[in-house]
Design a protein. Structure first.
Length: 523
């Protein structure tokens, strides 16, 4: 269906892809993985012809449709359902032809055959199913697009291409603006997708359950692996181990031959043999081994104070904005060793509750009592907007904490991968993942006892997520997390709070059982 032959692409002097060869056939579910900045999104843009390759060929089989989510968000007076239907231009054109050729039965028959083939007559029902899965109930599906927030309009843009069922679907981090519930629906949808897709995702569980092929983009090249993400990791690690063992044998061989050369190269009777061994040494080629990458570092400091078990309590609390109550009559206690996941559909109060716990939103009713020495680090998306892009990480942290010694600032930044010259780069040139690490560094300078993390994984690739999970696992304070990344929650959280219908309840099982309970609602 799609073939890339010796495709190369660069921006300025920076090589992004070099002599890439790739073939995607029908009904292939592909996960495209690699570090942030490796060129994954660029590859999708090349396939969509948004970028033009510097060299090589990109060929799409005749008649095959390739779609990706449009950059501009839908807006206007159309409803979400009307918008989805309007995006299927093929269907629209065929219905227009029905009217045009109403008096030509032989043409009408062919048009009906084509309409049946593309499932045109059940389009409204399919659009409704997709929208419902993405979090739009019957009422929301009939509201104007202009009524929705940017996040929900992005969902509608995603729904538009899912509804059209192209031969090849290109998805770049589709879960970034979804809650766990909607992400779970999308996972199930893609698992049963009848055609092909290429999915960029840093969510291990999502990849494991949806793809049958992994394309690993590294060093400007693509390597293909059969199976899901875990199969890829296992094979990749084995390849690295085999390369290390092979290189060790080659180094031992080289050392042994070099010892012979050094001993006999000046003896007439052994000189030819010594020269022969030198030539053999020159032919020894070591296999490439990926080095450890210090830029994925997360290393939270130990809380400065060891607090008693009860660090924060709240009783009969109501929360909201203006006259609107989001959560009411909420009571509970946060313990010093808690690992809590807050889940629930977007709009049900997850972030509202997090802001309250962090002390950034005052309750309308009820009581909040915190330990006198409680210090909280609250990670949230708007902190990115507060980064001064003209400063360096060192300058930014130093301005926030002027009383902290220079050496301590440098040491703390090193915990998050900002060592050496990187601590003095301009923030404006940092990647999204690097800025995320800087935000973590700034909110943990004071060694908090409680970390509240609202969607902490959105800008992180898989390697960074693994490092964050490891650091949170060893962190000695309490952790409260909001994220759609099921693998992340499985490995960090041991308690689940569910926000729903203006209240918060505890789900007495693990995150997998919670997802199963959600999926049963769709049947």
């Amino acid at each position: 269906m799609l073939t890339l032959q010796d495709v190369s692409f660069g921006i300025g002097n920076k090589i992004i892809l070099e002599n890439v060869n790739l073939r995607i056939d029908g009904k292939q579910h592909v996960g495209l993985v690699g570090r942030n900045g490796s060129g994954k999104s660029t590859l999708l843009k090349l396939i969509m012809r948004e970028f033009e390759a510097d060299s090589g060929k990109i060929h799409t089989e005749n008649g095959k449709r390739i779609l990706s989510v449009k950059q501009e968000m839908p807006d206007g007076n159309l409803t979400p359902r009307e918008f989805l239907l309007s995006q299927d231009t093929h269907r629209e054109r065929l219905f227009q032809e029905l009217e045009k050729y109403a008096d030509q039965p032989e043409k009408i028959a062919g048009i009906y055959d084509e309409l049946i083939a593309i499932k045109a007559f059940d389009a409204e029902a399919r659009a409704a199913v997709v929208l419902y899965g993405l979090g739009f109930d019957e009422n929301a599906q009939n509201c104007p697009l202009s009524n929705f927030s940017g996040g929900f309009r992005m969902r509608i843009a995603l729904g538009a291409i899912l509804f059209q069922e192209p031969d090849l679907l290109l998805l770049d981090e589709p879960t970034n603006h979804l809650d766990l519930e909607t992400s779970s629906w999308l996972k199930k949808f893609l698992k049963g997708y009848p055609k092909s897709f290429v999915l960029i995702s840093h969510d291990r569980d999502f990849l494991n359950e949806t793809v049958d092929t992994i394309l690993h983009l590294k060093g400007h090249k693509i390597t293909k692996y059969t199976g899901n993400f875990d199969n890829f990791i296992e094979t990749y690690i084995m390849k690295q181990k085999n390369a290390e063992e092979y290189n060790a044998k080659m180094e031992a061989k080289r050392k042994h031959m070099m010892a012979f050369v050094e001993r006999f190269q000046y003896k007439a009777t052994k000189a030819k043999q010594a020269q022969s061994r030198l030539k053999s040494i020159a032919k020894i080629k070591l296999l490439p081994i990926d080095p450890e990458d210090p830029t994925v570092a997360f290393n939270f400091p130990e809380p400065r104070d060891k607090l008693s078990s009860n660090i924060l309590s709240y009783d009969r609390v109501s929360l909201g904005y203006g006259d609107k109550i989001v959560l009411k009559n909420v009571s509970g206690t946060i313990m010093s060793d808690d690992r809590i996941a807050i889940v629930g559909a977007n709009g049900n109060g997850k972030t509202t509750f997090a802001k309250f716990l962090a002390g950034e939103l005052k309750q309308k009713k009820g009581i909040r009592e915190a330990h006198s020495k409680l210090r909280i680090g609250f990670y949230r998306q708007d902190l990115f907007e507060k980064l001064n892009t003209q400063q360096s990480p060192y300058e930014f942290v130093k301005d926030m904490m002027p009383e902290v010694a220079d050496l301590q600032v440098r040491s703390h930044l090193g915990r998050f991968g900002f060592s050496g010259d990187m601590a003095f780069q301009r923030i404006g040139v940092l990647s999204g993942g690097e800025r995320a690490r800087l935000v973590f560094a700034t909110l943990t300078v004071d060694a908090p006892n409680l970390l509240i993390l609202d969607e902490p994984t959105n800008h992180l690739d898989i390697e960074m997520r693994e490092s964050l999970i490891a650091s949170l696992t060893s962190y000695q304070g309490a952790v409260i997390i909001i994220t759609h990344d099921q693998n992340f929650l499985n490995r960090v959280a041991n308690t689940i709070f569910v926000t729903s219908n203006g209240s918060i309840t505890q789900f007495n099982d693990d995150i997998n059982r919670y997802e199963n309970s959600i999926q049963r609602q769709w049947k």
